[in-house]
Design a protein around this ligand. Structure first.
Ligand code: GEK
Length: 246
């Protein structure tokens, strides 16, 4: 259902590389872009579907914060009981417009629980009665000094036993490890057909928008917020996914 054009946004030399935005141009190629850029993206999505089976209880709310084109939302939707509400939240008008079209044309969505599309900044969404919250590659776009508040509000809005799935691009305090993981990620992108020019121009565009932090900072923050458990269940190079439970 999620047909995507090939991502060629940075394939030609640009006189000036502007800051990366989730606009119509990105939305058009987004599924191709994320699949060719994030190692393990497909595996993370499969596990989100698996977690929905385990954590989403009848009568509860689920939040997919920074849902983009609803890849996680639609997998959770397959497993959620009928009386749940899935809040698919993104602040990009282009993403939400396209997601609305995709859902309207998806026969799979009928006869299932409500998906509530919310074009909002995740920093202002109130989280209540939540059994599962997904932050899949989204917290990295929130300024670091505001991340504690986001995580705290998620923890406070989760029901006891509820779960947060947090996936992020991370960085490393050891410069040698940082260099190696960065190189391996670039090799991954090259193997997926991106040229050195595309990789370099994308890096310039996203540099001040996506701020990675070390894994330990994420784990500390989750514990400080009150999560009983927080552990990485997946890592590939500089991408990690953490499961945190209340
Ligand atoms: C997936 N989770 O396919 N409030 C709401 N949305 C935001 C905010 C914010 N403050 N900042 C960024 N976004 C998805 C992939 S993509 C990851 C997530 C990537 C949104 C932004 O508009 C975009 O749609 C998404 O977060 C990040 O499972 O592109 O690397």
């Amino acid at each position: 259902m999620n047909r995507s054009e090939k991502d060629d946004i940075y394939s030609m030399p640009l006189s000036q590389v502007g800051s990366f935005e989730f606009d119509d141009q990105v939305v058009r190629v987004f599924p191709d872009m994320i699949a060719r850029s994030v190692p393990g993206y497909g595996s993370i999505l499969s596990v989100i579907e698996q977690l929905a089976t385990r954590y989403v209880l009848p009568g509860t709310d689920v939040y997919d914060l920074g849902c983009s084109l609803g890849a996680a939302t639609r997998l959770i939707h397959r497993k959620a009981p009928l009386d749940c509400v899935i809040h698919a939240v993104d602040n990009s008008a282009a993403m939400m417009g396209r997601l609305k079209e995709l859902l309207a044309n998806d026969p799979d969505t009928s006869g299932r629980c409500e998906i509530r599309l919310e074009q909002s900044d995740l920093r202002h969404v109130s989280i209540r009665n939540a059994s599962l919250v997904v932050l899949n590659l989204t917290l990295q776009f929130v300024p670091p000094e505001q991340r504690m508040d986001v995580i705290q509000r998620i923890c406070d809005g989760l029901l006891p036993g509820g779960a947060l799935l947090l996936s992020e691009k991370i960085c490393f305090t050891d410069p040698e490890q940082q260099r190696l993981m960065n190189d391996l990620h670039h090799d991954f992108k090259r193997a997926n057909g991106y040229s050195d020019l595309e990789i370099a121009q994308k890096r310039t565009a996203i540099e001040n928008r996506l701020i990675p932090e070390p894994l330990e900072i994420h784990l500390d923050r989750l514990r400080k917020a009150g999560f009983a458990n927080a552990a990485p269940w997946f890592q590939c190079f500089n991408f990690v996914s953490i499961l945190a439970t209340r």
